[in-house]
Design a binder for this molecule. Structure first.
Ligand SMILES: CC(C)(COP(=O)(O)OP(=O)(O)OC[C@H]1O[C@@H](n2cnc3c(N)ncnc32)[C@H](O)[C@@H]1OP(=O)(O)O)[C@@H](O)C(=O)NCCC(=O)NCCS
Length: 164
């Protein structure tokens, strides 16, 4: 059973400050997991964070009112009928509690509701905990991989989960 103190909600324009805080935390915590950097994101204006919160389809996980995780969903133009899971992060004190699964469920529900048949993600092959988590959630390697744009020494592997 999920922890009643945990809730997951869709972010809106008023969440710019909260989203900035958890995104910057994620970039400082696990830089190799993300295509953007702390140094770049910390310079963004308040208006830009408001736009990101309003338009990037983020979901925030909260525990007793504090943000403890995030994830977002996007469209997958190269594979019509499928969507992406982006930007997964759970704060260290909330790892292993089921929060991450609730975030994946929220994105899956959004994608399913939008008619998607499967959910894609990229994960850096060296980030072992994230890979293990995604395997546990039913994502499987599909054999595709790419180099990360900002740092070609990092390899992103593609994992896919059927939504039906
Ligand atoms: C990825 C993330 C969201 C997963 O959430 P989580 O709460 O840690 O996930 P869980 O604890 O439910 O699952 C992780 C699994 O990996 C296992 N694990 C932990 N450390 C590991 C390691 N170094 N190598 C392999 N497996 C590991 C855990 O034991 C657990 O499996 P179990 O439930 O069978 O014991 C979270 O760890 C996180 O935010 N990490 C930093 C950011 C990140 O990597 N984001 C991914 C971007 S693609």
């Amino acid at each position: 059973m999920s922890d009643p103190r945990i809730s997951v909600r869709h972010a809106g324009a008023g969440d710019g400050r909260l989203l900035r805080a958890i995104r910057l935390e994620s970039l400082a915590d696990t830089p190799d997991a993300y295509g953007t950097t702390y140094e770049e994101s910390v310079t963004w204006s308040r208006a830009r964070w408001r736009t990101v919160a309003a338009k990037w389809n983020y979901y925030l996980a909260e525990c007793d009112g504090a943000v403890v995780g995030m994830a977002s969903g996007g469209y997958n133009d190269s594979h019509p009928g499928t969507h992406w899971l982006f930007g997964m992060y759970v704060t260290p004190s909330a790892r292993g509690t089921g929060v991450a699964a609730q975030l994946v469920d929220a994105i899956s529900e959004w994608a399913r509701g939008d008619g998607a048949r499967s959910l894609y993600l990229h994960v850096t092959d060296s980030v072992a905990r994230a890979r293990a988590f995604y395997e546990k959630m039913g994502f499987r390697l599909n054999g595709e991989s790419i180099k990360m744009g900002r740092d070609p020494s990092l390899t992103l592997v593609t994992m896919v989960r059927a939504l039906d």
